[in-house]
Design a protein around this ligand. Structure first.
Ligand code: SAH
Length: 201
């Protein structure tokens, strides 16, 4: 018997693969080395578009190289800007159109481990995500508890999620609770296609 108990990041990738379709608009709010940006770019296909945000030039450069090598650069716009500004940076025409907004919080793997995402800016970006998300879209977050401030940020994300009205949103969290090392909590906030259309009791 094969049980589908996956790693938290794999869980998020499966959900994104279900939700994001060719031609869609998607946002990677924390580009880092560009792995999630590349995943989204593959899912939206040549007729779709991905906006990526990161505050570190090193991340934008490293992701740019990865996307170019994979032949995906043309369908991605990288912004050297904080994700707290995402609703300002995206053209008005794109508001209410994003199939997914993805956050991989914490620090850049292999980079400066003190340059972490922070609750204030993460929460501002989550508010921006509400504006740009399409009905039926998802906000997908990987929250890390292993570094200084990580547990507080995970709590802040959880509190933001709990405040979303149940008539319009469904939020789930997933975690391998016996994983050694710092916890990785996957959070999916699904904006219902129509308020009240969710089937959960
Ligand atoms: N998804 C990436 C890893 C992201 S690491 C991958 O697969 O490789 C988290 C990233 O968030 C870091 O690169 C860091 O520079 C970035 N970051 C931190 N604060 C930010 C902010 N306010 N806006 C956008 N990006 C931010």
């Amino acid at each position: 018997m094969a049980a589908r108990i996956t790693a938290s990041l794999t869980f998020l990738q499966h959900i994104l693969a279900e939700v994001v379709r060719p031609g869609d608009l998607a946002v990677d709010a924390t580009v880092g080395n560009g792995h999630d940006t590349a995943l989204l770019a593959r899912l939206v296909g040549p007729s779709g578009l991905v906006h990526g945000f990161d505050v570190q030039a090193e991340a934008i450069e490293s992701a740019g190289r990865l996307l170019a090598a994979a032949g995906l650069a043309e369908r991605v716009r990288l912004h050297a800007q904080g994700h707290e500004r995402l609703a300002e940076v995206l053209p008005q025409a794109d508001h209410g159109r994003a199939a997914a907004v993805v956050f991989n919080l914490g620090y850049l793997p292999g980079g400066d481990e003190t340059r972490v995402t922070r609750p204030e800016t993460t929460l501002a970006a989550l508010e921006g995500s509400r504006e740009i998300l399409a009905p039926g879209g998802v906000v997908a977050l990987a929250c890390y508890g292993g570094h200084a401030g990580g547990a507080e940020e995970t709590d802040a994300v959880a509190a933001w999620c709990r405040a979303l009205p149940f008539a319009a949103w469904r939020v789930a969290r997933y975690e391998l609770v016996n994983k050694p090392g710092g916890p990785i909590v996957a959070v999916i906030a699904h904006k219902l296609p129509k308020p009240g259309s969710g089937n959960a009791p």
